[in-house]
Design a protein around this ligand. Structure first.
Ligand SMILES: Nc1ncnc2c1ncn2[C@@H]1O[C@H](COP(=O)(O)OP(=O)(O)OP(=O)(O)O)[C@@H](O)[C@H]1O
Ligand SMILES: [Mg+2]
Length: 455
């Protein structure tokens, strides 16, 4: 009998060790969550004391203890309001004691991480006197798996996982334009591809400019309303887009009809205020390798460059209300690319920086909004493509990583939703020419092996 118990224990311990090494997510869901909960609750008081997160007992308790000749009461740690296990870690909600502040807890996150044996600890203030500690049990960014059934809504898409295990969303209606930078092979195009695969299922027009001869975006052509693979076409495409934007503004104006008795909420100021049957489809413009659009060698090319940058700056300044959103990717995006670049950059409120080769590049993304994020960006290791720092104009930032979406997965998503490509008459000339979809069963086996990526 003893032998049986001993061998069961050995098997369970070996299984736990194996899971922890090879499948940390499964280990967390089976053994990790229970062990971590016991560890946090068991060590709570002593860890808080050691981290300097306790306050002396109130005077009245000391006085009562003195009068009753009882031992002096212990210093008090923040109250545990709630401990909630999640798919990737634990969420601990704390009620602060008088005299404590959220900054004390934030400053101790690294010490708490070591003391509780967790992979990461981040804190945020929920409301006055209440702080939430989000702890992760393992490195969730090592092998990114998006939670099943993650919520999606109009123009708000899950694009990556944050290091605290939360889902990172790209919300076009709150932050319309974005800039993604990173050194070569740092994961920019995979990030953009993942975004296209998510956008494909929405009622949205996709427009792509990919000056790497279209290698990244042309395989996804079936879901695109317009594509350009060289700066000349890009300049014409952007002009057509500005004409489209002006058309949308005319429509909004025609629908405004403000009279004294029109309720405030019914006055249309952007496409989302228009009734469903009149609302033009929103447009997402994806630009890969943006520097190609800004470089020039001849006078002619310089004129074209100015035309492109002016058009992009106009779209960034005026496009939001017309439902035009910019998603710009490049290796660097600084003033050395010439005039108009910093003005354009100032309009791109979501900044995402993958690994960069120098601090100057990181400054291009975060120098003007979150200086701490610059340091975090230059520390991204070479062996983790897709790992990025993201921030927005509010100064907050987070470490994120996109799931590794293969080109095949993105192509399949685009082909599946090819019927959602909207009709934009002004941009019809830029619609990519693609062969009609052939059902796999109808393709003769040997001949189809080398068929184009768009098939
Ligand atoms: N999120 C990710 N998870 C795992 N691997 C990734 C991830 N993102 C990118 N990679 C790997 O890194 C490689 C390079 O990625 P990608 O093509 O996106 O880089 P890039 O920054 O666009 O480079 P370039 O500037 O040369 O176009 C990919 O082929 C892929 O193998
Ligand atoms: Mg790329």
């Amino acid at each position: 009998m003893e032998w049986l118990i001993l061998s069961t224990v050995v098997v369970v311990v070996a299984l736990a060790g194996l899971l922890r090494w090879r499948r940390p997510a499964w280990y967390w869901l089976t053994f990790g969550v229970v062990l971590a909960t016991l560890r946090v609750l068991g060590r709570y008081s002593s860890v808080m004391d050691a981290c300097g997160l306790t306050v002396p007992p109130p005077r009245w308790r000391l006085a009562i203890a003195r009068m009753a000749s009882r031992p002096v009461p212990e210093p008090r740690a923040p109250r545990i309001l709630r401990l909630r296990p999640t798919r990737t870690g634990l969420v601990l909600r704390l009620g602060l004691r008088p005299g404590q502040d959220a900054f004390d807890v934030a400053a101790s996150c690294d010490r708490l991480r070591h003391s509780f044996g967790m992979h990461g600890v981040a804190s945020r203030e929920i409301r006055s006197g209440v702080v939430e500690l989000r702890m992760t049990g393992y490195d969730v960014l090592k092998r990114v798996q998006m939670p099943a059934g993650v919520e999606r809504s109009t123009m708000r898409l899950p694009v990556a996982l944050r290091e605290d295990g939360a889902v990172h969303y790209r919300d076009y209606r709150t932050t319309p334009h974005a800039l993604t930078i990173g050194a070569t092979k740092s994961g920019k195009s995979v990030y953009q591809r993942n975004l296209v695969a998510e956008l494909a299922a929405q009622e949205v027009a996709l427009i792509g400019i990919d000056c790497k001869q279209g290698v990244e975006l042309f395989p996804l052509a079936r879901r695109f309303s317009a594509l350009a693979d060289n700066p000349d076409t890009a300049a014409d495409l952007l002009d057509a887009l500005i004409a489209h934007m002006e058309g949308v503004y005319q429509l909004i104006r025609a629908e405004q009809r403000i009279t004294a008795d029109t309720p405030d909420a019914d006055i249309a100021a952007d496409i989302w205020d228009l009734p469903d049957h009149l609302r033009p489809v929103p447009v997402v413009v994806l630009v890969d390798e943006v520097a190609e659009l800004a470089l020039f060698a001849t006078k002619e090319e310089e004129k074209r460059r100015d035309r492109i940058i002016t058009a992009l700056a106009r779209l960034a300044q005026l496009g939001r209300a017309a439902g035009i959103y910019l998603e710009i990717c490049g290796q660097r995006f600084g003033s050395e690319l010439g005039k108009g670049i910093t003005m354009l950059r100032a309009q791109l409120s979501v900044r995402t920086a993958h690994r960069v080769n120098d601090e100057t590049s990181a400054n291009m993304a975060f120098g003007d909004i979150a200086p701490d994020a610059v340091l975090a960006t230059v520390q991204i290791p070479v062996d983790s493509p897709g790992l990025a720092i993201t921030g927005d104009a509010s100064g907050g930032w987070a470490r994120i990583r996109t799931p590794h979406t293969s080109l095949r997965t993105a192509v399949n998503a685009c082909n599946t939703y090819a019927h959602l490509v909207p009709d934009l008459p002004g941009l019809a000339a830029f619609r990519p020419a693609v062969a009609p979809l052939v059902h796999p069963a109808k393709v003769p086996a040997p001949a189809s092996a080398g068929s184009s990526a768009t098939a």
